[in-house]
Design a protein around this ligand. Structure first.
Ligand code: HEM
Length: 447
């Protein structure tokens, strides 16, 4: 579309005006020069239902509630100190995945599914730590709800195009979304109530000593805050929902794309595994301390996110006042999408843009922080993905562990396919199924 209609184009769906921009220069005007004006979200009916009226981070407008939740999430869950404190869960859960895959050696493994389950376990343990999640099916349950929610978020909705029709909910999108949201809401209610009840049985000192270990207790402390505006139960649940939805599908689908690309390019696979042997050694499992040294793997993950950004249009924004971008008037309240997919594949920005070539990220030292508007798969500016510090660790840790511990091949007669499907996130249309074989000589490493 960007190639046909140019760097900035508009279209109307019903009464709703959409504008798509597709160059780094225009992206700069939106996410940097006028970031404040463009940091409201496009609040569709589905987004408002799932976020309980925009009380979360992802679908809230730029307001004090949004700033407060982002701050709590960034400083209390994902600061360097807190990420270090939750390192043990990541190690344990990634090891558990390696063990599970080891038990499936020689058989078909659905890559996205195992990563989704790993990420769910890491997130839930980081949030409501101590007791862990006893329910082994929780990953599958969240996977199903999350996939339904993404589908509903991505559907064109007459209620958005003609707001006058919204009360009739003609496509039943609001009704179906509420059902999905309520499933997660019930899970969160159970976990929060259990924690409040168990806190009541303890002295204040015991609670503050034990409770500080996990994010749920931090949230409960904010809820009981006396001076400032306390966090409401609805806000707490909306934040938990964002973390689970924002953290699982993104990581699982990205790893599925990385793995597909590596399997498509045996030379790249060899080079990644050679690097792993040099840095980790064949008598060791991958540790987080190895990750920063795995430069070629890092470049391979980046190259994947260049060609297959999980949110090709980021999450759409909406200007809080009428403004001008690229010389065009952008009316207040319209929907504006930044086409990171087109920018990251544009031959004006990248040599041989469609070639999968990790090498380019060895020389071009881009990071994910959205400062370079030729490469920003995690967004940029005020709305930059707040999960980035965890996402980066998990992408590298899981990829390194899967490739160091196993060799991978396709089932007999199967070919890799790269068909995509786009709702809010861009996913592989058909799952990657691969067969693992043992790579490390010492079987006890897998146990
Ligand atoms: C491969 C992993 C991931 C990718 C590629 C990714 C990408 C993105 C993108 C593109 C956005 C929208 C940015 C914008 O609108 O400018 C976003 C927002 C967000 N992400 Fe991520 N993300 C990932 C992992 C995570 C994780 C692990 C979490 C949480 C644990 C998370 C939580 C969020 C939240 C809460 C938002 C909304 C931020 C806001 O609207 O202010 N993400 N992410």
């Amino acid at each position: 579309m960007a190639r046909t209609y140019g760097p900035i184009f508009k279209f109307k769906l019903g009464s709703k005006l959409h504008i798509v921009i597709s160059t780094p220069e225009l992206a700069k005007e939106v996410v940097r020069d006028q970031d404040e004006t463009f940091s409201n979200r496009d609040q569709t009916v589905a987004a408002l239902v799932v976020s309980n009226g925009g009380q979360d981070i992802a679908f809230s407008n730029n307001n004090p509630n949004w700033r407060k939740l982002r701050k709590i999430f960034a400083y209390e869950m994902l600061s360097n100190k807190n990420l270090e404190a939750s390192r043990f869960y990541r190690i344990e859960e990634v090891r558990k995945t390696v063990k599970n895959v080891f038990e499936k050696i020689g058989t078909n493994v659905n890559i996205r599914q195992i990563v989704f389950a790993t990420e769910t376990r890491v997130l839930t343990r980081t949030i409501w730590e101590s007791k862990g999640v006893k329910d082994e099916n929780l990953g599958d349950e969240i996977d199903m709800v999350s996939s339904n929610i993404f589908n509903l978020l991505g559907q064109g909705n007459m209620s958005d195009f003609f707001p006058i029709l919204a009360p009739f909910d003609l496509q039943r999108i609001a009704r179906d979304m509420k059902k999905q949201r309520d499933k997660l809401d019930q899970l969160f209610t159970r976990i929060i109530e259990d924690r409040i009840e168990s806190n009541l049985k303890k002295s204040k000192d015991e609670v503050s000593q034990e409770g500080k270990k996990d994010f749920l207790q931090v949230l409960l402390d904010y809820k009981d805050e006396k001076e400032a505006t306390p966090l409401s139960m609805t806000q707490m649940k909306a934040l938990l929902l964002d973390i689970l939805l924002g953290g699982t599908e993104t990581t699982a689908s990205t790893i599925e794309w990385v793995m597909s690309n590596i399997m498509q390019n045996p030379n790249i696979m060899k080079r990644v595994q050679k690097e792993l042997v040099e840095i980790v050694g064949t008598n060791n499992m991958v540790e987080e301390s190895h990750l920063s040294k795995l430069q070629y793997l890092d470049a391979t993950v980046k190259e994947t996110l260049r060609l297959y950004p999980i949110s090709p249009l980021l999450l759409p924004r909406s200007p809080s006042k009428t403004s001008v971008v690229g010389g065009y008037t952008i009316p207040k309240g319209c929907t504006i999408s930044v086409n990171v997919w087109a920018i990251q594949r544009d031959p004006r920005n990248w040599d041989d843009p469609l070639e999968f070539n990790p090498e380019r990220f060895l020389t071009n030292k881009c990071d994910y922080k959205g400062r370079n508007l030729l490469f920003f798969p995690f967004g940029s500016g005020r709305r930059l993905c707040p999960g980035l510090p965890l996402a980066e660790k998990m992408l590298m840790f899981i990829m390194a562990s899967l490739l160091h511990s196993f060799d991978w091949s396709l089932p007999k007669g199967e070919k890799l396919d790269f068909a995509q499907e786009f709702h809010v996130a861009m996913k592989k249309r058909n799952p990657l199924i691969a067969i693992p074989s043992q790579r490390l000589p010492d079987v006890s490493l897998y146990m």
